[in-house]
Design a protein around this ligand. Sequence first.
Ligand SMILES: C[S@@+](CC[C@H](N)C(=O)[O-])C[C@H]1O[C@@H](n2cnc3c(N)ncnc32)[C@H](O)[C@@H]1O
Length: 371
Amino acid sequence: MSTTEQSSSAEAGKAGESQAVETSVQQPPEITPSELQTVSEPTYTIAIDEGETFQTDYTSSGSDYDSLYGSDSGSATTSLTESVKNYKYHNGRRYNAYGTQYFIPNDDVQQEQLDLFHHVFLLRLGGKLFLAPIESPQKIMDVGTGTGIWAIQVAEDFPEAAVMGNDVSPIQPNWVPPNVSFEVDDFNEPWLQTPGSYDFIHSRDCHAAVSDWSDFVRNAFHILKPGGWYESQEHTVEITADDGSVPEDNILKDWVRDLSDAFERIGKTCHAHPHIDKWMEEAGFTNIKKQYFKLPIGTWPKDPVEKEIGAFNLVNMLDATEGFTNAVYTRVLGRDNEVVAQTIKDIRKNLKNKSFHMYFRFCVTYGQKPE
Ligand SMILES: C[S@@+](CC[C@H](N)C(=O)[O-])C[C@H]1O[C@@H](n2cnc3c(N)ncnc32)[C@H](O)[C@@H]1O
């Protein structure tokens, strides 16, 4: 059983020297009018219980998801009920219908941030959606898919593959390639997918949402085919500056400490990345490889590629601050709304401080289920 942990050269040097991979920029593909004919509205499946699923098509004409067909695998057919869209609101932001389980909003602001973060990750990985050595996958799953942007792009890259993304929030777009479907599902509940059926499972930035990471990784192993791959992509929750330019008592350092503490309080962790390879090995994965990449915040790097990533990442962080902080600070840490509003302003101001040569990291870990 081999476990490889590989840090990019960025670990030892400035972000501008950090490339372990190619850095060509992949822009989100534009959809041409002819391609528009090949996309379709997504199929949603609501996982209810072992062996019982409900499939629906989303229709934009109604206020609900209308039921159009059932599957031939014995699934019942029903409407996607309003309950999954029974969103909660707090301090002007919208949260998933599961309420207290997940403290990051799912509204338009957060969705734009997720798509921007996706762009940052792609820039960092030289345009690659994943690093695992996947060849001709037939079934791909994106766990905690968010806006579905990764699932949609991987479906475009592998038109022969069936791609499924699941999430507690049905926030994926209406028009997607025909080989993509979405499920409304809670990944902290038992996974209902057929054991041994997937070639590739991907999860990105699920860290503060997973209740039991060992279980999560075991579930991925269970539903993979022999020879299939799981890849975890998680950004770190830290503010690091190799030259000490961010003082220890700066509000940004307090911020990441507070977020970590708050998630620990509710039984989640922002720090899955140090252990993910161990959990994968325990689950039975082999050929495990782990890599860290720097994600600069701001335009401080001299290297033009790093500067571009830093610029996008700064906008991403400014967009994310409120959503990452508001509910966590007020509802988990019990802080006063007005104080929190001011704290968010101060965090944003400090993120823009050009003398802070700061970054956090992106951890990519993949492993294979033995043949
Ligand atoms: C930070 S977002 C990442 C989204 C996507 N993977 C990406 O990288 O763009 C985390 C996602 O996990 C979803 N999530 C949180 N708790 C979940 C749960 N228990 N089951 C399924 N999805 C969940 C959230 O709704 C959110 O869309």
